[in-house]
Design a protein around this ligand. Structure first.
Ligand code: AMP
Ligand code: GLY
Length: 430
């Protein structure tokens, strides 16, 4: 079979790598891919229109990595062209693209989450903040590249966020605001496979199957300090998540979400990402993403002890409910190496030196995010988050040591990484 992967980050390199491990897969076409997929076994990078390439290359199915093409309806176009696609259609993708819509959905179907109100009128929003008091959370409704949320510790900070967003800081994305109660706790991410269609809902086969939980570390510096980033590393599973928490998540968040997708008659065949806050009253949903997390994917997919191509086919073929997910025992730790200066200004084109022997001695895998092949056939940086070094261990300690020892075999000018991915105290908490 031939698979197509759309996207250019570390998540997409990991998806392509995991697909390539399947004996069913002869080739994985990556549009546009990156310097990692360029060298990955069975993988080939191509540039161009995804639907045209999918048809001309006769791919058997496609996996869409990022949210932007999904919210623009790429899954609708691919299905219309006869390509089974992992990734929701536009209607489902709106669960990430509009915070207002996702909150309406959560409240309508009884998903455990923070209370919130939506505003399009600035004066009313400011008045609400003054009456409510702080802490309080102000969210731009639309996609704002992960920057549209302000967790305000004071009323003044919240008022400024309302003014900035409604005055156009994020363009149209901030013209509507969701103002939400503050939740205290630590965060985790639960990624899941979803296969919901009208047909599967009618036959009782619609389902969402959660993967092992994971945690992304979003702050730049050790101890969850410094500015927010796109993710400095991930662990799967986090050491502090109890079975009880996962059961509560299943009952109070996952099952109501499934009920909602069915009731709204969605054709949602893809992945969903539950951003959760673990509060003293149990897990609460912070957000839905309609795709796998980055860098969570780099820690979660290597833990899968099953064929990822089979999972994709079960999702598109509406038989996910019969699919059995088996997981490796132990832990996966995946610190991310970033360019010096990230998340602000950083240089590009820095040559990456890889001690492949050392990396393979540790059993680690490098997933490339922001790097391209240079003219000498090596890798050069092209983004802020450059790569993740992902390793498995029977114990957390073993996984952690392998990942970090392997990372010592990687260098480029200005390279920076957190030293505490997965350790106690590394998780963000309010
Ligand atoms: P979101 O894009 O909605 O997940 O928000 C981005 C980040 O803001 C989350 O990962 C949390 O760290 C924080 N956040 C969002 N909502 C809340 C809330 N209700 N209480 C506390 N922190 C929040
Ligand atoms: N790791 C957070 C995200 O993918 O949005």
């Amino acid at each position: 079979m031939k698979a197509l992967v759309i996207g250019s980050g570390g998540r997409e390199h990991t998806i392509a790598w995991k697909l390539a491990q399947s004996s069913k897969i002869e080739q994985v076409i990556c549009i546009p891919g990156n310097g990692g997929t360029a060298d990955e076994a069975k993988c080939k990078n191509l540039n161009g229109d995804a639907v045209e390439i999918a048809v001309s290359e006769k791919v058997d199915f496609a996996v869409v990595g990022p949210e932007d093409p999904l919210s623009e309806g790429i899954a609708d176009s691919l299905w219309a062209a006869g390509i089974p696609t992992v990734g929701p259609k536009k209607q489902g993708a709106a669960l990430e693209a509009s915070k207002d819509l996702s909150k309406i959905f959560m409240e309508k179907y009884g998903v455990a989450c923070a209370a919130s109100k939506t505003f399009t009128d600035k004066a009313l929003a400011l008045e609400y903040v003054r009456q409510h008091g702080a802490p309080i959370v102000v969210k731009a409704d639309g996609l704002a590249a992960g920057k549209g949320v302000v967790v305000a510790k004071s009323v003044d900070e919240a008022l400024k966020a309302v003014n900035d967003m409604m005055d156009g800081e994020f363009g149209e994305a901030g013209k509507k605001l969701v103002i939400e109660d503050y939740l205290q706790g630590v965060e985790i991410s639960v990624l899941a496979a979803v296969s919901v269609t009208e047909k599967s809902a009618a036959s009782g086969k619609a389902c969402i199957k959660a993967f092992l939980p994971a945690r992304d570390h979003k702050r730049l510096l050790d101890g969850a300090k410094g500015p927010n980033t796109g993710g400095m590393g991930a662990v799967c599973p986090p050491q502090d998540v109890s079975q009880n928490t996962l059961e509560q998540f299943q009952k109070e968040i996952l099952e109501p979400t499934l009920k909602g997708l069915m009731a709204e008659k969605m054709d949602y065949r893809g992945f969903i990402f539950f951003g959760l806050m673990l509060t003293k009253d149990g897990p609460k949903a912070l957000e839905y993403n309609v795709r796998l997390g980055d860098p969570e994917t780099q820690a979660v997919l290597p833990m899968m002890d099953f064929d990822f191509a089979d999972l994709c086919l079960a999702i598109t073929g509406e038989n996910l409910s019969d699919f059995e997910m088996k997981w490796k025992p132990g832990f996966q730790v995946a610190p991310v190496a970033v360019s010096g200066g990230y998340p602000l200004k950083y240089p590009k084109g820095k040559v990456i030196s890889l001690d492949l022997e050392k990396i393979s001695r540790e059993g680690a895998k490098v997933f490339v995010a922001g790097a391209v092949k240079n003219s000498e056939g090596g890798l050069a940086t092209s983004g802020g988050r450059v790569l993740a070094c992902s390793a498995h261990g029977e114990t957390f300690d073993e996984a952690w040591k392998k990942a970090y020892r392997a990372l010592e075999g990687i260098s480029f000018e200005g390279m920076f990484y957190r030293k505490d991915i997965g350790l106690p105290g590394a998780a963000e908490s309010n």
